[in-house]
Ligand binder design. Structure first.
Ligand SMILES: *[C@@H]1O[C@H](CO)[C@@H](O)[C@H](O)[C@H]1NC(C)=O
Ligand SMILES: *[C@@H]1O[C@H](CO)[C@@H](O)[C@H](O)[C@H]1NC(C)=O
Ligand SMILES: *[C@@H]1O[C@H](CO)[C@@H](O)[C@H](O)[C@H]1NC(C)=O
Length: 245
């Protein structure tokens, strides 16, 4: 009796949340947990950091940016999370400021906040940290012996390991070879893992680089998630996963 009423309760909660999503045509349907390899990021941005683990870039809804400009970032609302944020979600360009978190909140957090489970700064940042620790990409890669190295990896070895482990399609981004160096190798830079609004793993759309974003009632196609020269890795080109010098 108790079990079935619990099941019923979960079921009706699920119905309510999908109805909530369906009733809002511009509502996002997927969250993208994006992690970056600091060494690759810094090789393009000229930051000097010796972080040798994957760090959070952001938790991005698949629709919408800058959804509520009057909802200001306030770091005192997430004070308890700051020690973890400094390690797991560091600002590689301005390590001693909160400007990266502010940016991510305004651009993506205010859109994520359209669902009750993420409708505060504390809920948004703590969920991102929770998912980051849960997927634990750093341990996963080590377990499959994908470690920073001077030897190159085949793209499919990396992709297969990650997708086998999580059981979903992920989006892996690289910095393309630089023409000036004349080397046919791409550099591993960013990995996206996707979640449903209920925070279960979901396939990412790995080949989409142009996202349709919605600001108010306007649908504006643009490459929202194209940052720092990362693009979807070329399946046929070796991959360099650079160690921290
Ligand atoms: C890099 O590591 C060294 C030694 O651990 C440390 O003293 C230094 O502060 C670190 N630099 C940065 C930018 O984190
Ligand atoms: C935008 O954020 C402000 C401040 O938190 C809030 O009062 C307002 O309801 C929000 N607007 C929408 C449309 O969510
Ligand atoms: C930030 O949040 C704290 C705690 O709720 C509040 O006391 C403070 O006034 C807020 N600061 C701003 C600038 O809104």
């Amino acid at each position: 009796m108790r079990l079935s009423s619990t099941l019923l309760l979960c079921f009706s909660t699920a119905l309510v949340s999908s109805a909530f999503v369906l009733s809002q045509p511009h509502m996002w349907t997927k969250l993208i947990l994006t992690q970056q390899w600091p060494n690759t990021f810094c090789s393009r941005e000229h930051c000097h950091l010796n972080i040798s683990y994957w760090t959070l870039h952001g938790l991005w809804p698949d629709k919408g940016i800058d959804c509520n400009s009057s909802w200001h970032f306030n770091s005192s609302l997430i004070e308890d999370l700051i020690p973890d944020m400094k390690i797991s979600w560091p600002d590689l360009l301005h390590p001693s400021t909160s400007s990266f978190w502010k940016y991510e909140w305004c651009k993506h957090g205010t859109c994520a906040a359209k669902v009750p489970s993420l409708n505060s700064q504390h809920k948004y940042f703590s969920k991102a940290l929770e998912l980051y620790h849960k997927v634990d990409l750093n341990s996963m890669l080590k377990k499959f012996n994908i470690i920073p190295s001077e030897k190159y990896y085949s793209f499919s070895d990396i992709e297969t390991a990650i997708e086998t482990f999580y059981g979903v399609k992920v989006k892996i981004q690289c910095v393309p070879p630089s023409a000036s160096k004349g080397v046919d190798v791409q550099t591993l830079g960013q990995i996206e893992i996707c979640f449903s609004p209920e925070f279960t793993l979901l396939d990412c759309d790995k080949h989409i680089t142009m996202e349709t974003i919605v600001r108010g009632d306007q649908a504006i196609p643009m490459g929202v998630h194209k940052t720092s020269g990362f693009s979807v890795c070329d399946h046929n080109m070796p991959v360099y996963y650079p160690a921290v010098p």
